[in-house]
Design a protein around this ligand. Structure first.
Ligand code: ADP
Ligand code: TYD
Length: 210
């Protein structure tokens, strides 16, 4: 099972991945979690280039191709081998992030994004994707609370992030079978329960199809 988490910064993705990993471990399941961009030595180096605040000249297409390169390496080196060994793979962001950020937020043609997303992942599609939805105002509020340093992407404008959040909702609406949209302002525990319930329902449905 391949499960991905999407949403803008500070929406609660890593919190829920940690809680879900603990849940699967308590059920004695084999599980790993990875994050994008990163997760391999090469992908972490690409991450440093992408998030470096000094790289102000980076073009939207360069940005997208670097995210895709990082993703390709992570998919081939870690995700696919673990899925083959029957691990549950939890991924903090996957190609929907590129569609939302570089496509809806930036200026990269959505058709190009769709095509390269497929190539970079070898057509691997997550079984389930949780979109944890919060507004940019809530993200900023949380950022102030934890005094997080901003990386290059987080320095983009509010109007950029509004396009990203709207984009995410559009992506989810067009792929209702795969996406579960969750209100990120609910409590951590409420969100955790909704995620576990969705996974149980998904597993039941897949068993009845077999
Ligand atoms: P992300 O991985 O999406 O950037 P995190 O899981 O790191 O988000 O959470 C960002 C911040 O928001 C952390 O301080 C975390 O404690 C807080 N947070 C996470 N989930 C919730 C929630 N449901 N309600 C309020 N705050 C939350
Ligand atoms: P990160 O610190 O991992 O953010 P978060 O904790 O919210 O996941 O930084 C990744 C940044 O890169 C984040 O701002 C989102 C952005 N990003 C894209 O713009 N496109 C992508 O394809 C991916 C994977 C991430």
């Amino acid at each position: 099972m391949f499960i991905t988490f999407e949403g803008i910064d500070l929406s609660g993705k890593s919190t829920q991945i940690r809680l879900l990993k603990e849940y699967f471990e308590s059920e004695k399941k084999k599980v790993i979690s990875v994050r994008e961009p990163g997760g391999t030595v090469i992908s972490e180096k690409i991450r440093d280039i992408l998030l470096d605040k000094k790289h102000l000249k980076m073009k939207d297409l360069t940005e997208f191709l670097l995210f895709s390169a990082s993703r390709q390496q992570l998919t081939e080196e870690i995700i696919i081998p673990h899925l083959r060994k029957n691990f549950i793979v939890l991924c903090d962001r996957y190609y929907d992030s590129s569609t939302a950020y570089q496509g809806y937020g930036g200026k990269v043609d959505l058709k190009i994004i769709k095509s390269i997303n497929k190539t970079a992942t070898g057509h691997l599609v997550p079984d389930l994707t949780f979109l944890i939805h919060i507004s940019i105002e809530e993200s900023i509020r949380r950022k102030k609370l934890i005094k997080k340093n901003e990386d290059r992407i987080e320095r983009k404008t509010i109007s950029y992030f509004n396009k990203v959040t709207d984009g995410y909702l559009k992506i989810a609406k067009n792929d209702k079978d795969r996406f579960v949209v969750i209100d990120g302002t609910l409590s951590k525990e409420e969100i955790r329960s909704m995620i576990i319930l969705s996974i149980k329902n998904f597993s039941k449905k897949s068993k009845s199809k077999k």
